[in-house]
Design a binder for this molecule. Structure first.
Ligand SMILES: Nc1nc2c(c(=O)[nH]1)N[C@H]1C(S)=C(S)[C@@H](COP(=O)(O)O)O[C@H]1N2
Ligand SMILES: [Mo]
Length: 596
């Protein structure tokens, strides 16, 4: 459709007279200017702590297995495996096998020997950054403590949860479902601190990726890669041999300076060349902008598949860290620490002391991260945005065009979220089924309008079947019916100075003052940006935003204001509310470009 052939009904009200105050401007007074600048007791509207349940996974359809049982089970299995391995070593055929495959696979003659200093530095940066990434990742998970293999994230669909089953209350919100993590375990800790956790996670991710890219380049330039990549099938036999040696408590000869044993080689290969890239790919698989744009790919790697795999990658990393550190310490700690922390191959204490220094830095970083975040959340928000903002802004430009889902993809369950409106103004409107509702659109436009629901329904109808991505991690597909924002732009004619569009809600945010959000004007003419008055072919329900809500499919769900009462075109959002570009940004340290 081009601009000219979009139908515009004749009964759109005439431009407001100059003496009539532009009503949307009065909405600014209903915003609270107070913004949060610390995390204190009344954080997130005084949300009380709520600890979930021990992690459990679903077995079959209805049975849940408490993962804490894995601790005794793993212990028993380990004891049994040790007994089996010891028995195996008595068998002559096994002895022959272990003689043929002593544990290492031969390297090409040109393979480098030892570790240059940059390996040690990169190893340190990597481990230091991983601490913040993993802790903030746990915090993000705690904000929606469930995992699914299908994008329809509803009851009966989760395969993992750290929370009770989803209650039957139809207005139960995803926010109510979030759980607390102890401060210092999660980053930052507490409950519903996902805004700050994401700055940590995504911000540190960029540094970790940079470190990883440098590492890839250097290992391929120096030939060090050959020590991390299995080149012969005999690594499998050698790895089995090493496993038997470890388990039988009769450990293999350490040759790490020149050549890793095959079990080590496989573990390092998986970590460097499979787990790390998978962390990036599955991370991007959760982006609303990319998933909407690369629609076909997202049919396979849906946000929930990506999120579940991302979680399993974390499990791999944590398991790797535990086993790796244990073996480093148990198989000649001084020599091993010299390899990685001092680039030398002897039994001196040099590497040990450098390692101690490194651990002091790690512990200080670990301990300080949470209190610093509670005290200076705005700094975390700014630094995080400086690091990941360029990528977030870049992905905002990937207009998906008309890409959509089919009728069959519509989710049977769609979470509710946010704080429900309860003002007298809203209650009165709802009592009369929104007969008196007017959408006020004004600000920097040539033709401010007030539209009632009949007039809105007379504007060109637009519908789309799209997927919702909540920042907390749940998703759902729905059919939205309403008016394209392009039509609204045609009607109100924004002035050239208008760069941002503010959506005001009848509902208050968690901390008081009305909920609002700022969107870049560019995205208002994307094919999939609309005002919805219908959901799944029915008038929008109270919980989902009656009578009108926003859809902007390159963004996360919190930007899609529900219960809209007005739209204001402005030059910049810094003039509005707390000035951060949205209620959640003012109060919960979210960001305004939320394409990832
Ligand atoms: N007015 C208002 N709009 C809001 C919210 C809110 O708290 N208040 N929550 C947002 C969040 S976080 C999400 S994920 C979506 C949820 O929409 P749904 O309840 O229809 O699923 O609405 C968004 N719009
Ligand atoms: Mo959300």
């Amino acid at each position: 459709m081009t601009a000219s052939d979009r139908p515009v009904p004749a009964d759109i009200p005439a431009p407001a007279k100059d003496e009539v105050p532009d009503v949307v401007q009065t909405y600014r007074d209903e915003l609270t200017r107070k913004q949060k600048d610390v995390i204190d007791d009344d954080w997130a509207g005084g949300i009380p702590a709520q600890y979930g349940v021990a992690p459990r996974i679903r077995i079959g359809h209805t049975k849940w297995f408490n993962l804490l049982w894995l601790i005794p089970i793993a212990f028993v299995i380990l004891i049994a495996a040790i007994a089996v391995a010891r028995g195996l070593r008595e068998i002559p055929a096994v002895q022959d096998f272990m003689h043929t495959y002593p544990g290492t696979s031969e390297l090409p003659s040109w393979a480098p020997v030892g570790f240059p200093a940059w390996v040690g530095w990169q190893h340190f940066f990597n481990l230091f950054l991983m601490i913040f990434i993993i802790r903030s990742g746990w915090q993000i998970l705690a904000d929606h403590p469930r995992l699914y293999w299908t994008r329809h994230s509803g009851p009966g669909k989760n395969w993992f949860r750290m929370q009770k089953p989803i209650p039957a209350n139809p207005l139960y919100t995803a926010k109510e479902d979030s759980i607390s993590l102890p401060s210092g375990v999660g980053l930052p800790g507490r409950r519903h601190t996902i805004g700050l956790a994401r700055w940590w996670h995504l911000g540190v991710d960029t540094l970790w990726l940079l470190n990883g890219i440098v590492f890839y380049v250097l290992i391929f330039c120096t030939g060090q890669w050959v020590r991390l990549v299995p080149l012969h099938w005999d690594v499998i036999s050698n790895a089995i041999s090493v496993a038997i040696q470890y388990l039988s408590m009769n450990w293999p000869l350490e040759t790490g300076w020149t050549n890793y044993n095959s079990l080590q080689l496989i573990a390092y290969f998986i970590t460097v060349f499979i787990a790390a890239p998978l962390a990036l790919i599955t991370g991007l698989g959760m982006s609303p902008a990319l998933s909407t744009r690369f629609h076909r790919l997202s049919k396979v790697l849906s946000i929930q598949v990506a999120r579940s795999l991302h979680f399993l990658v974390m499990v791999w990393f944590v398991a790797f860290i535990v086993v790796h550190v244990t073996l480093v310490m148990a198989t000649g700690a001084l020599r091993n620490l010299n390899h990685m922390f001092a680039s030398r191959n002897d039994d001196s204490w040099v590497g040990f002391w450098i390692f101690v220094l490194a651990m002091v830095i790690v512990v200080v970083g670990w301990v300080a991260a949470t209190p610093v975040t509670y005290r200076y959340p705005r700094v975390i928000q700014k630094v995080g945005y400086a690091l990941i903002g360029p990528a977030q802004r870049l992905f905002e430009h990937v207009d998906a065009g008309p890409k959509q889902y089919g009728q069959d993809d519509i989710s049977p369950y769609f979470w509710h979220n946010g704080r429900y409106p309860d003002s007298a103004e809203y209650v009165a409107l709802r009592e009369r089924n929104f007969a008196d509702y007017r959408l006020h659109v004004g600000g920097l436009v040539d033709n401010p309008v007030d539209l009632d629901l009949v007039q809105l329904r007379e504007l060109a109808h637009h519908s789309q079947i799209t997927q919702h991505f909540c920042i907390q991690g749940w998703s759902g597909v729905a059919k939205w019916g309403g008016v394209s924002m392009r039509t609204i732009l045609d009607v109100v004619k924004p002035r050239p100075e208008a760069k941002w569009v503010i959506f005001y809600s009848f509902g208050e945010g968690s901390d008081g003052g009305i909920y609002y959000d700022a969107q870049p004007i560019e995205q208002m003419s994307y094919e999939l940006t609309m005002l919805a008055y219908d959901m799944n072919d029915e008038p929008l329900s109270f919980g989902h935003g009656a009578p009108l809500r926003l859809r902007n499919e390159v963004q996360l769900g919190f930007k899609m204001v529900k219960w809209i009462k007005g739209i204001e075109f402005v030059e910049h959002f810094s003039e509005v509310g707390g000035g951060q570009g949205g209620y959640n940004n003012d109060h919960e340290f979210f960001g305004y470009s939320q394409s990832i």
